[in-house]
Design a protein. Sequence first.
Length: 428
Amino acid sequence: MKWPRTLASRLALIFFTGLVLAYGLSFGLQAYERYISSRSMMLSNLELDVATSVAILDRLPAAERAAWLPRLERRLYRYRLDAGLPGQAMPSENPPMAAESIVKAIGQDYPLTFLEIPGPNAHFQVHLRLADGAPLTLDVTPASMPVASWLPVVLLIQLLVLLLCTWLAVRVAISPLTRLVQALDDLDPNSPGPALDERGPREVRYAAVAFNALQARIAAYLKERMQLLAAISHDLQTPITRMKLRVEVMDDSVEKDKLWSDLSAMEHLVREGVAYARSMDGGTEAPCRVDLDALLDSVVFDYQDSGAQVERLGSTQAILQIRPHALRRVLVNLLDNALKFAGAAQLEVSQHGASTVIRVLDDGPGIAPEELAEVLKPFYRVEGSRNRSTGGTGLGLAIAEQLTLAMGGTLTLSNREGGGLCAQVELR
């Protein structure tokens, strides 16, 4: 047996099948009891009616008997004042129940002969002779118990009620699990979502309380890590500054230049570490309404004033509710990355429905497809030489992604068809 793929479908199938089987068994037992009771009543009425009818016909004058036949006729049997139709003798084993009832009713007073009449409507006849020797035939057409016309409608309504109750039960049972799954999908350590509703059955409350506690522990743990990283990075700036001051007073030499270069790289790494720690808490800057085109123009003009080859493409004329400093930092990181590897960059903006898409395009070497997701992780560098001047610190794209997520957007990287990289920021 192939089970449905969803838990709701499986529970609905189990519940509905169980209810239908239980209801079918109950209905079957009631129908069988009704059949037995109706059959007993019908046979009892048959015995009484046949005994009365034969007694009436036997006592009536022969000339008046024909007039009484329509009055004595019933749905399943009728009387004839002749020898009936030719047929075959009814076997003694397994006779119809109606035949046994007729024997009980008049068999002691009249000799009876049973014949089976073949044909499209098979039936049997009972032959006897009245007290004056006149023939009398009882023509019996057995039929099954009639089914009330309202019964199929009632059955259909009951099945619909069972289906509705099953759907409600499954929905009530699955709804908390669905909310929990949705909350797990939306769980973001960088921006904890609202707490789950802790009302409902005991098991649901326990699950909601456990999830809320887990979400709080994750947020506290990550916040502690970021605070530790920010504190270490910040505290390192003071000794590095002192070391640079001491190097400045040294005599000019190759070793002095090497020390200065190493200290500058350490200072840059520390600043990036502090920036990354701060990016994990993007809510420190209050959002405000910003003219996006003006913001992008100011970024591009700053680069052009410094001699960098940055070109602006597209326009939206949109006013967005965003964190301007966070968005500027995202764009600067992406443009710096493009200029480092390609020497030139294009800043393109477009509107797609309710989303604003900003792309930073370059014609550089691009990134291997298997590394597109890895480069967004902290301290991961595609450049394998470990040279800080060419490979960077490995935090620029990580900071850009964290700030984009804090603004409710998404950052994705993809290789361009003609070569180069496309860094896309989508804001909603």
